[in-house]
Design a protein around this ligand. Structure first.
Ligand code: COA
Length: 441
């Protein structure tokens, strides 16, 4: 077998270089040694949007986008979703192995006993406008927790890190529920330690005057499975943000707030909210062909379709269809489901979508389920944030422990002017690139 190396010739100098290939990868820094002269900076790799750059080694999540495979720590997502609880899998993602019964009991106890929020959070939440977006409230609130736990910045202390990890996993549902209740003008509900993770979340969302909240078991399990499907997805936009901000050794509450801010975008975790809006806009099955035509003409994207990594099918989308049936069995069918099914049917036969390998992703059906369970679309990304926090924290911890990692700092190709003279204010003439002719800043 030929050696695992790459040989490149720089035609500018006629010099040849040989680099090792490890795990199907060459090291970008090896290319820095390719120079035209001693004072040349060396060759860089240009990769906008990190389309072909591995930024880390990771043991956490495996994805094969061409074959539609997703595994957490080597376990296929469908087995985990069918056989395990949310907190069991959070333990797996964080510590690498499924817990024993006693480890799980201890873990559940620990998470359950960190669900309360400091009372200052209530006051903070009350400061938001009545119509503030719950995702913005959540991002701000988790950032505000850094003021409650200033010692959390001691990120090289493993015990300290673990304490913050437990707090964050435990408190995210409490913050999410508080932001939801705030937007409705309802009083906040304290956690109930007798309930499971998702039942307690439902309690904090929906308990009114009853002394004890009883969650519908089918809906609680559906929410749990949806959470499981969203826990980690390797180096996506928000996870890379978590690692990037974390690489500056920032307090983990601020890292999670940054990652959540990335998740909030409509091309990432905000897509499920957009899917529901799109289905509303389409309105009825009869309008589906015209909508598909518009998408193909480039007027907009079919939200909930396409994925940077999955080019076959999204395995989470398959599991979600089953959950939808379970939920609709309890709540009745969401009328938008028929529009979604028709969109999917037409798109999967249409050459535009087939040739571009555009399949329904996790967000295509999750919004419909959330809405049927009783959530407003504004809450959908908040629901995504709760479980993804586990993945962010596992990736953050892995990054801190990785001796190869340093503060993340990409390079650029500078394209602007150089060494200009500053003209005194009175002598300057209007030119292009002013506020009246906006340029991208
Ligand atoms: C997820 C997403 C950002 C991935 O983007 P990407 O990997 O950069 O893919 P590209 O934008 O390069 O798309 C490749 C082609 O498919 C088209 N395309 C991608 N997603 C599309 C969609 N949802 N609807 C219509 N066309 C789409 C692009 O216009 C492009 O077409 P072109 O080659 O004619 O220019 C993109 O598919 C998207 O915006 N989807 C909708 C939002 C969504 O559901 N996000 C949730 C992700 S889990």
């Amino acid at each position: 077998m030929s050696p695992s190396t790459l040989t490149v010739t720089d035609n500018r100098t006629n010099r040849t270089y040989t680099f090792p290939i490890e795990d199907g990868t060459v090291r970008a820094m090896d290319f820095r040694g390719i120079k035209t002269s001693e004072d040349d900076f060396g060759l860089m790799m240009y990769d906008p949007a990190f389309m072909n750059t591995a930024s880390c080694r990771s043991d956490i999540t495996y994805i094969d986008g061409d074959r539609g495979i997703l595994e957490y720590r080597g376990y296929p997502i469908d087995q985990l979703a069918q056989r395990c609880t949310y907190l069991e899998i959070s333990y797996l993602i964080l510590f690498g192995e499924l817990p024993t019964a006693s480890e799980l009991n201890h873990w559940v106890y620990e998470i359950t006993h960190h669900t309360m929020l400091h009372e200052t959070m209530k006051k903070f939440m009350e400061g938001f406008r009545y119509d503030a977006h719950p995702m913005s409230m959540m991002i701000s609130s988790v950032a505000a927790l850094a003021t409650v736990y200033p010692h959390a910045h001691e990120v090289h202390d493993p015990a300290n890190r673990l304490l913050q990890i437990k707090r964050l996993i435990a408190k995210m549902p409490s913050i999410a529920a508080m932001s939801y209740r705030h937007s409705l003008g309802f009083p906040y509900v304290y956690p109930d330690n007798d309930l499971s993770y998702t039942e307690n979340f439902m309690n904090m969302l929906w308990r009114m005057v009853e002394p004890k909240y009883a969650a519908n078991p089918v809906l609680a399990r559906a929410l749990e499975v949806l959470f499981i499907l969203h826990m980690d997805h390797e180096q996506n936009c928000s996870t890379s943000t978590m690692r990037m901000v974390g690489s500056a050794l920032t307090n983990p509450y601020l890292c999670v707030a940054s990652a959540a801010a990335a998740l909030a975008g409509p091309l990432h975790g905000g897509a499920n909210e957009e899917v529901t809006r799109m289905l509303d806009e389409i309105g009825s099955i009869d309008n589906v062909p015209a909508y598909i035509r518009n998408v193909k003409d480039g007027c907009c994207k079919l939200m909930g379709f396409g994925h940077r990594v999955y080019k076959n099918f999204d395995p989470r989308a398959k599991l979600i269809k089953q959950i939808a049936e379970d939920v609709f069995g309890v709540t009745g069918r969401n009328p938008k489901l028929d529009i979604a099914l028709e969109l999917e049917r037409i798109a999967l036969q249409d050459d535009y979508f087939v040739s571009r390998k555009l399949y329904p992703n996790v967000d295509f059906y999750s919004g419909l389920i959330y809405q049927t369970i009783g959530f407003k679309p504004e809450m959908f990304t908040v629901l995504f944030t709760i479980p993804r926090t586990v993945g962010w924290l596992a990736q953050w911890q892995e990054m801190i422990n990785d001796s190869e990692q340093k503060i993340a700092r990409p390079r650029q190709i500078y394209t602007g002017p150089r060494s200009r003279l500053v003209v005194p204010l009175a002598e300057r003439e209007q030119n292009s690139g002013t506020m009246n002719q906006p340029v991208a800043l």
